[in-house]
Design a protein around this ligand. Structure first.
Ligand code: ENP
Length: 266
């Protein structure tokens, strides 16, 4: 038995449903796709194989079948901000992070693996990254990250978490290892980094400091024009929805509309 969670129950229904929802409702501009065929290609990457010997290249056919364009200025990279990114991107309406692409929608919030000499899924347990890096989920995200970074163009946005233990910019991680190295210099106009602290959380990292500085310097060395914003207002407003009266959210609580309810009727 592996230490990681097993395959998400009803994986096939979830993923084929997400795929059709994506191409018909969320982003019809991707055009016609055969979601059953894409699912078969996805499965083929890891079914009937040693679950610790799945490589990013095993997803090649899946990637080719599900590929679509990422509009310029819509790419949003991130670390340690999954739920915030999901809300902020608003399913491609505002931004198109990897999880809001057709490829990403095959994996987001899901888990999966197979086993050697067995054509089914392992619903009991799957290897986690400590047990083996070449597991089905890890290799999927590597392959998806590389593809997404190569396709991103125009202004590139990066949302980091300034309260994350271990640094806002993990120097080992999908973003550092598989996305930054695959940026296409000639298609990128500039890069904007947002460092968002948790409301009431520690300010461990910020623009020009700590691990964010390491990222800024890396991008500069690569020849990019990058800017960095601490607690970018637009995202801060979204974070503050649940903390209206917190001092970190004075940006919202000082707005006149919030005072109106306090005024007595006469
Ligand atoms: P975490 O550890 O904060 O969050 C992992 C969760 O985000 C998992 O539920 C995972 O789905 C989902 N997820 C969505 N997109 C990605 C992804 N793109 N990815 C890995 N997991 C993803 O995030 P990480 O591991 O640091 O990854 C952040 C990376 O995502 C950044 O490089 C960002 O730019 C990129 P699941 O299937 O594991 O349940 C790439 C790797 O987009």
């Amino acid at each position: 038995k592996w230490k990681g969670e097993g395959t998400t129950p009803n994986l096939e229904s979830i993923v084929i449903g997400r795929c059709y929802e994506y191409i018909r409702i969320v982003n019809p501009s991707v055009g016609e796709k055969n979601c059953t065929e894409i699912w078969e290609a996805f499965k083929k990457a890891f079914i009937n194989k040693d679950p610790c010997n799945i490589l990013p290249s095993d997803y090649e056919l899946f990637i080719n079948l599900s590929l679509h364009t990422i509009p310029p200025n819509k790419s949003l990279f991130w670390e340690n901000n999954h739920l915030l990114v999901t809300s902020y991107s608003d399913r491609t309406r505002r931004y198109m992070p990897l999880c809001d692409t057709l490829i990403g929608s095959f994996g987001d919030f899901l888990n999966w693996c197979g086993q050697a000499n067995d054509t089914g899924f392992n619903y009991d347990s799957c290897p986690n990254t400590e047990e083996c890096e070449n597991n089905a989920v890890e290799s999927f995200w590597k392959s998806a990250s590389i593809t997404y970074a190569k396709q991103s163009s125009g202004v590139i946005y990066i949302m980091l978490n300034g309260s994350a233990i271990g640094g806002a910019y993990p120097v080992k991680g999908f973003f550092a290892d598989y996305e930054v190295p695959n940026f296409q210099k000639d298609r990128i106009s500039r890069i904007e980094i947002w460092v968002m602290d948790d409301i009431g959380g520690p300010d461990l990292d910020s623009c020009g400091r700590g691990s964010v500085q390491i990222l800024e310097e890396r991008l500069k060395t690569m020849g990019y024009d990058s800017t960095c914003i601490d607690n970018y207002k637009s995202v801060l407003l979204l974070k503050c929805l649940d903390y209206l009266n917190h001092s970190d959210c004075s940006i919202v609580s000082s707005a006149p509309s919030t005072q109106r309810g306090l005024v007595s009727p006469d």
